[in-house]
Design a protein around this ligand. Structure first.
Ligand SMILES: NC(=O)C1=CN([C@@H]2O[C@H](COP(=O)(O)OP(=O)(O)OC[C@H]3O[C@@H](n4cnc5c(N)ncnc54)[C@H](OP(=O)(O)O)[C@@H]3O)[C@@H](O)[C@H]2O)[C@H](O)CC1
Ligand SMILES: [K+]
Length: 509
């Protein structure tokens, strides 16, 4: 799987290296790129009344000249609209020189119904907001509702951040080369790209391998081999024990959702840790999940003394304040010596540290601290990391990575384009989310899955990536109508499938 994501700058470096190493020179790579885009057009839009190719001044435009020439040779009626001249001697200038079609100025751009647009204005070299003729062409195409095939990126979409600069095409298909870019997965870029096709233009994987890329698309291939596999001689506590802290009597449901999710994710034992006044409510709703009274630090110490949980979830429905801070710092300070693998801090657990985030980060940074996993949505992210959140020069990917480094925790920055980042610099962007996953309690379930995987010994970054993907996949398969209560059980077929693909999986009766 080619899951690495390359920033436009890294892509340019890969390009240079590939050209230097051979066997293809820049023009040959451009011809291959153009040929593969033209092939997509042929397959997908064989009946287009006309194809409008919009070519910019850089190499994205160079691809456009190749595409226009090939489509005309294939019998399409092609109009070639250009904006700016390719730099003399550039690959784009060579491609333009080989294209015999008449060049029309983008200034005059018009189109009609049933026609198709190939957007080769700007790709990874987008350097400023799209305005003027290009913006006018975008508006006209949008008003005519014409399908757009974008070359590399829809013009106007940043390959780094997925943000729109000025205005941008909304593509039906985007054909990109060698590897996807973060802007194909981060919103709004993901939506503006339509279907993303990854075309192999002949750049050797080894060239990309040498760059030691640490940003990925989140996919089972990234973490499947780290999924826990139950041993034959196991027992329930060895399969991992999760402790989920409950809130008071009127807010206990969230912790139970986390607890159920942790159990479905494979933890052998799960205990709801409840304040005294919520014991009865919790007891009335639990069967396979255990229940212990934990009202204060003393109670927590008792839980830690006998079959202690190997991972905790703290935050769902818990309430904001000193008690959450004390429990979190207690668990982190206790260290791994007690068998605690991790703490998932969610919702109120995160907000509890809004006025003193550095205390939390210092505790998580201690040598022996269990892994801290933070699961903020946008509002919570802003509370814990106000400076990072407020920096408009940073993409969501940059923000998550900085937050992970600052907090010494694995950060799951939630949203329709969830980013997972590890403190040592790895990151993954998730793209299998569905709108109906945005439902009350969904975050509690996610926190529980992460804890369930951590408790079984899965490393934090892999556990976070796996949890985010499985959570979304379960929702996707369930389809609309989903409520958070459905999610824990909906995980089961997803896990079965993943385990079936695990290299160490043994057939089970
Ligand atoms: N990645 C590969 O393996 C291959 C990629 N190819 C294609 O090449 C482009 C990247 O080409 P590059 O020349 O670096 O950049 P662009 O063509 O995307 O854009 C640069 C030119 O566009 C001007 N520009 C940028 N933004 C705007 C704007 N908003 N308005 C007007 N003009 C703009 C920019 O002007 P400057 O003043 O900043 O210089 C440049 O003139 C990649 O996307 C692929 O499609 C290869 O063909 C094959 C290999
Ligand atoms: K483009």
């Amino acid at each position: 799987m080619r899951l690495e994501l390359l920033s436009p700058m890294e892509m340019a470096a890969v390009d240079r290296r590939a050209i230097a190493d051979g066997p293809f020179d820049g023009l040959a790579l451009m011809r291959r790129a153009g040929t593969l885009v033209a092939a997509e057009v042929l397959v997908r839009y064989p009946g287009a009344a006309k194809v409008h190719v919009l070519a910019g001044p850089g190499n994205n435009g160079g691809d456009g000249y190749v595409i226009a020439g090939l489509l005309a040779e294939s019998g399409f009626a092609v109009s070639l609209w250009t904006s700016g001249m390719p730099r003399p001697g550039s690959d784009a200038a060579l491609a333009a020189a080989q294209c015999r079609l008449e060049r029309l100025s983008l200034l005059e751009f018009t189109a009609g119904p049933d026609e198709l647009v190939v957007d080769a204005l700007y790709g990874s070299g987008l350097s400023r907001p799209v305005d003027g003729d290009a913006a006018r062409a975008i508006a006209l195409v949008e008003s005519l509702d014409l399908p757009v095939v974008a070359v590399d990126l829809p013009s106007g979409v940043s390959g780094d951040s997925g943000q729109v600069s000025g205005s941008a095409f909304r593509a039906a298909v985007t054909v990109t080369f060698a590897r996807k870019k973060p802007g194909h997965l981060l919103l709004p870029g993901r939506e503006l790209c339509g279907e993303v096709v990854l075309a192999d233009i002949g750049i050797d994987d080894a060239v990309i391998g040498e760059m030691n890329i640490r940003i990925f698309e989140n996919d089972p291939a990234l973490w499947r081999t780290a999924l826990p596999v139950a041993q034959v001689d196991t027992h329930k506590y060895r399969r991992g024990h999760v402790g989920a802290f409950s809130g008071g009597p009127s807010s206990t449901g969230a912790a139970r959702l986390s607890a159920l999710a942790a159990a479905r994710a494979g933890a052998g034992a799960v205990t709801v840790l409840s304040p005294a006044n919520a014991m009865q409510v919790n007891a009335a709703h639990l069967t396979s999940i255990m229940l212990r009274k934990v009202s204060d630090a003393h109670d927590l110490a008792k839980v830690q003394a006998n079959h202690p949980p190997s991972a905790f979830v703290l935050g769902p429905g818990f309430g904001i304040g000193e008690k959450a801070r004390a429990f979190a710092l207690d668990i982190l300070g206790d260290g791994r010596s007690n068998g605690v693998e991790g703490l998932v801090l969610d919702a109120d657990g995160i907000t509890s540290f809004r006025d003193e985030p550095s205390t939390l980060f210092a505790a998580a940074g201690l040598e022996a601290a269990p892994a801290l996993v933070l699961t903020p949505h946008e509002g919570e992210f802003g509370r814990l990391f106000p400076d990072i959140a407020g920096d408009e020069t940073l993409s969501k990917l940059d923000k998550a990575r900085r937050a992970a480094s600052l907090s010494h925790g694995t950060v799951i920055y939630k949203g329709a384009d969830t980013v997972i980042a590890s403190p040592e610099g790895r990151a993954a962007i998730n793209a299998n989310g569905v709108p109906w996953l945005a439902t009350a309690g969904s975050g509690d379930v996610l926190a529980g899955i992460v804890a369930g995987l951590l408790a079984q010994g899965m490393p934090a970054f892999e556990a976070a990536c796996a949890a985010v993907w499985m959570h979304a996949e379960a929702a996707r398969r369930f389809r609309p109508g989903l409520i958070a209560d459905d999610l824990p059980a909906a995980l089961v077929p997803v896990l079965h499938e993943l385990r079936g693909q695990h290299p160490k999986a043994r057939p089970q009766g």
